[in-house]
Design a protein around this ligand. Structure first.
Ligand code: ZN
Length: 498
């Protein structure tokens, strides 16, 4: 094949893949935001067929020939074309090992599972979810072998979310967190607790919606290119760098819940919006890994959003939205309230200090599930045991226990560690950013643009052009979790007077 033709075909293939991805994303976005409750069946059929067609297109012998041709002309490719070829080869090798019928069956299973999980959680009935979760675990154990049969199954899945990540690295990372963070949590527990009662007054949803608009404005999210929707479990979805959607969940008696969802998802959205548009409609579009993505979302949510300078800067506006609810509150009280630390049941509502321990529970369970040493039926008991061991709390029911997160129903095993890793990456990015930029001078004036500009240069612009490890090296230097644990120790020692 002539190289000019091969490059045209490369372009055409990636655009078609983009189209399938966009169609699937649109159906997904609809299903979890505005679609009526009992409509998943027909959507499942459509999504199954789309997944099957995409698989046929991508796993075809023609794609193999195209990649062979591009690889034999490697020295004539530019950096983008070379990286596209590399990433496509990686997926091709993996995907072509998954039989088309299994791939389609799995796509339909995850659609069904999402529905079953919703009902099981609503009815607090793990047994309802168990059969479908067993199938998901079995599929993932099998897929792990297709991805990389030389690795332990869970390592193969981890590698899908964060290339190069292994149980060995994560065991060491979590051990370091446990050693440094657990004593701080214990010490905080012995101090008088911060009063956050005013965050739980009545905050009408229609005003919270306007408040979300304001937060997106502060973050510099251009509303002509970034929409906001409402869902049960907030997430961000990118069609391309010019069309990104965030979602939030409003709770009338909890102001911080949606507020920090918007800032978190806004962080994901800024990453996607910052990717060089040259990468659109190719496999280089979009954030490179879940760990890097979470480093951005959690950066805005916690390192910036829960910082004293940021809270003090925006507090006058917050009070203008909710004058009655916050009439006896000042900026410092608000800052302390949104940083209240207390072991709790729900991961998404956890504070910055205890958050990583929620991740550790899920990591331990996934490791055993995929490793084959824990049966699905034993998840609730193991979950409750680990919450007691790490966080010192009793789990009253599965609804607030092992049924709380959607990840497993979507077939995501190996995703959770990204949240903790991302937090640790973020702390290192902040320390490096402080050397280049007057971070707190700007944030204290409510101006996040120098922060976003720094992240855009070091992280966002690349999309998937670089490996996650290269991004970490660019923005963090040598990965060192003690930067994160030191940050948490200092922040909470000051807050609680330890
Ligand atoms: Zn996130």
């Amino acid at each position: 094949m002539d190289l000019t033709i091969a490059l045209e075909k490369l372009d055409e293939l990636q655009k078609k893949m983009y189209a399938y991805g966009a169609a699937n994303s649109a159906l997904y976005l609809d299903s979890v935001t505005v679609a009526p409750k009992d409509t998943s069946e027909g959507r499942g059929v459509a999504m199954g067929i789309l997944a099957g067609e995409e698989h046929k297109l991508f796993a075809s012998p023609e794609t193999g020939e195209l990649l062979d041709c591009l690889e034999s002309n490697r020295d004539k490719l530019d950096a983008r074309q070379a990286r596209q070829t590399e990433l496509l080869r990686r997926s091709y090798t993996q995907l072509s090992r998954i039989p088309a019928d299994e791939y389609m069956e799995y796509a339909m299973l995850t659609n069904e599972a999402s529905d079953v999980w919703h009902r099981a959680k609503e009815q607090n009935d793990f047994e309802l979810f168990r059969p479908v979760l067993e199938k998901l675990v079995a599929f993932n154990r099998k897929f792990a072998g297709y991805y990389d049969s030389t690795k332990a199954p869970y390592d193969a899945l981890l590698n899908e979310y964060e290339r190069g990540m292994t149980m060995e690295k994560l065991d060491a990372f979590f051990a370091a967190l446990r050693e440094k963070i657990v004593p701080v949590i214990r010490a905080v527990g012995e101090k008088p607790q911060i009063d956050d009662g005013f965050l739980h007054k009545h905050y009408p949803v229609e005003i919270q919606r306007k408040f979300s608009d304001y937060l997106m404005e502060v973050m510099g999210l251009d509303r002509a290119h970034c929409g906001i929707g409402e869902t049960e479990h907030p997430f961000t979805l990118n069609f391309n760098s010019q069309d990104v959607r965030i979602t939030t969940h409003y709770v009338e008696d909890s102001l911080a819940e949606s507020m920090y969802s918007v800032v978190h998802e806004g962080g994901h959205a800024l990453y996607e919006r910052g990717v060089d548009p040259q990468n659109d409609y190719t496999v280089l579009a979009g954030g490179v890994s879940m760990g890097i993505h979470e480093s951005q979302s959690r950066f805005y949510e916690n390192l910036i959003g829960r910082s004293r300078p940021f809270v003090h800067a925006i507090f006058p506006r917050i009070r203008a939205f909710f004058p009655e609810q916050l009439k006896d509150v000042d900026a410092e009280m608000f800052y302390r309230a949104v940083n209240k630390a207390q072991p709790s049941l729900i991961r998404t509502e956890a504070d910055e200090l205890t958050y990583s321990l929620h991740i550790m529970v899920r990591y331990e369970i996934e490791k055993q599930l995929i490793g084959g040493t824990l049966a699905v039926g034993d998840i609730p008991a193991e979950w409750n045991r680990l919450y007691k061991e790490y966080l010192g709390i009793d789990v009253p029911d599965d609804k607030r226990g092992c049924l709380q997160d959607s990840h497993w129903s979507g077939g995501s095993f190996g995703y959770f560690p990204s949240y903790a890793l991302g937090s640790a990456y973020g702390a290192q990015m902040l320390r490096n950013m402080e050397k280049d930029v007057d971070v707190w001078g700007s944030v204290g004036k409510g101006d996040l643009s120098p922060v976003t500009a720094w992240l855009r240069e070091k992280v966002h612009q690349y999309g998937s052009l670089l490996e996650p490890a290269q991004i970490v090296e660019n923005a963090c230097g040598v990965f060192d979790p003690t930067v994160y644990t030191d940050y948490l120790t200092e922040k909470y020692s000051e807050l609680y007077g330890l």
